[in-house]
Design a protein around this ligand. Sequence first.
Ligand code: R5P
Length: 322
Amino acid sequence: MPHGGGAFVLYSDLAVFSGRAHPELTAAICARLGQPLGEVDVFEFSNENIFVQYQENIRQHDVFIVQPFSSPVNTAIVELLIMIDAAKRASAGRITAVIPYYAYGRSDKKDQPRVPITARLIANMLETAGADRILTMNLHAGQIQGFFNVPVDELNALYPVSAYFKTQDLRDVTVVATDVGGEKRARDLAARLDMPLAIIDKRRIGNTETAEALHVIGEVEGRTCLILDDEISTAGTIVSAVNALRLNGASDLIVSCYHPILSGPAVERLLALDLREVVVTDSVPLGPEKRTPNMTVIPVAAQFGDAIARIHSGQSVGALFQ
Ligand code: R5P
């Protein structure tokens, strides 16, 4: 039940539910919180309509629904909307959509005639369904937060990922951004690891999934390059970055990303690149078919669990990063 006076309300009953996208992550978040996983039935009829029914009372509860927008992406989105709607109609006190990976992030501006801004459309749909807050991690562009009129907490995988790299014996390493847009992300990692930075001048060819690396800005000759991207989808960006860095004399390569989508030919491409290591998080599910022998997976459940605990008790989430 909520309690407290004035505009700020504390909800005493925490409830965490999982959509079908990433139950392993939700289970790990619940373990971190010391919280039982909420019971909910979610299934699809033969006509592909999704059915949701909460199996416990959530009246006035502080409800968190965990669902990254991973494959099948559109099903994951619609399922989350339906779960939010069901929670609202069950009189939940507050509903937080926990979206470790927010798909359609690249569709965040009308940069060509007659194209949508899908990241904004999905934000509208989440609010219309009844989401009171959003908890997410590494949006493709921070400005996507502004597509919401409800509070958005955006976690940063920089912290667990850089903590991992600090435990490794890394020498003569340069952190590399795959494009100018990713410069800040890579600069933050370079700063935390006390390493120099290089940037690849990348061009995406039309609306295809093909990317071309043009120039390398920075010193990479004879150095190990740690390439950082927010997501790896087809791995086309990584392939062209690796080729450009090798052409410029890089001696060894490590690839890291926060959201390992690994669609289409990605795994095959990563395997063919002869990388020292691929370092990713588990923001999206990583079945055996998506794992490479040189892959290290950094768990993010602790960050999400701690953020949920803080949101629930009305404490600062930003303090987690200090
Ligand atoms: C692009 O702006 C992103 O930061 C990633 O570089 C991109 O999403 C990766 O896609 P792909 O792996 O298909 O090249």
